[in-house]
Design a binder for this molecule. Structure first.
Ligand code: VGL
Ligand code: ZN
Length: 205
């Protein structure tokens, strides 16, 4: 069975939000159309406590864009975003959530970041997504959402290592693009790892 995974389509990743992804709002109507083609849909939600270690503001003298060692993992420092219970952590108001089977929250451990919807960046914390999908009989994933070069990419890579066939719906994602070309580099990394790169029109025609 196929499943659609919608990654982190939350207000803080939309223009105007704390960690705005350029054109992040433009994928929302497209994702709603794609959802109509799937019987099995889950979403992930970046869901940080205010004291999260990925926030530059929680490290004296550190700025957004710098790296630190966070418990043995090289950590890029982000602006404060997707804090549990805030408007920024809520899903985009136009995103249709009526058919979702479940929401998997990640980034809840202040000591480690979690880009993937499956595992923490140190590969220790497990959201339960893999077991949930396998129990439901899912074997093939279609991944969309934000951001191509972080949470989408790591969800795709972990999905492949968990043994799923994985399709990235490239035009239903947008990238943070800290460096120019990060979108393309992320696409190539996912393709090389074994993901199929598809476009929304191949699914919704
Ligand atoms: C994300 C950076 C920090 C994402 C989440 O959803 O891609 N990026 N937290
Ligand atoms: Zn985050």
């Amino acid at each position: 069975m196929k499943a659609l995974i919608i990654v982190d389509v939350q207000n803080d990743f939309i223009p105007g939000g704390a960690l705005a992804v350029n054109e992040g709002d433009q994928i929302v109507p497209l994702i709603n159309k794609i959802q109509a083609k799937f019987d099995f849909i889950v979403a992930t939600q970046d869901w940080h406590p205010a004291n999260h270690g990925s926030f530059a503001a929680n490290h004296k003298g550190k700025k957004v864009g710098e790296f630190i060692d966070l418990n043995g993992v090289n950590q890029f420092l982000w602006p404060v975003h997707c804090v549990q219970g805030t408007t920024g952590a809520e899903f985009h108001a136009d995103l249709d959530s009526s058919a979702w089977k479940a929401i998997f929250q990640k980034g809840t451990n202040p000591l480690v970041d979690s880009y993937s919807g499956f595992y923490d960046n140190n590969k220790q914390g497990d959201t339960g997504l893999s077991a949930y999908l396998k129990n439901a009989g899912v074997s093939e994933l279609f991944v969309c959402g934000l951001a191509t070069d972080y949470c989408v990419k790591f969800t795709v890579l972990d999905g492949l290592s968990e043994g799923f066939a994985v399709n990235l719906i490239a035009d239903a994602t947008r990238a943070v693009n800290i460096k120019e070309g990060d979108f393309d580099a992320a696409i190539e990394e996912m393709r090389t790892a074994g993901a199929m790169i598809v476009q929304a029109k191949e699914l919704i025609l």
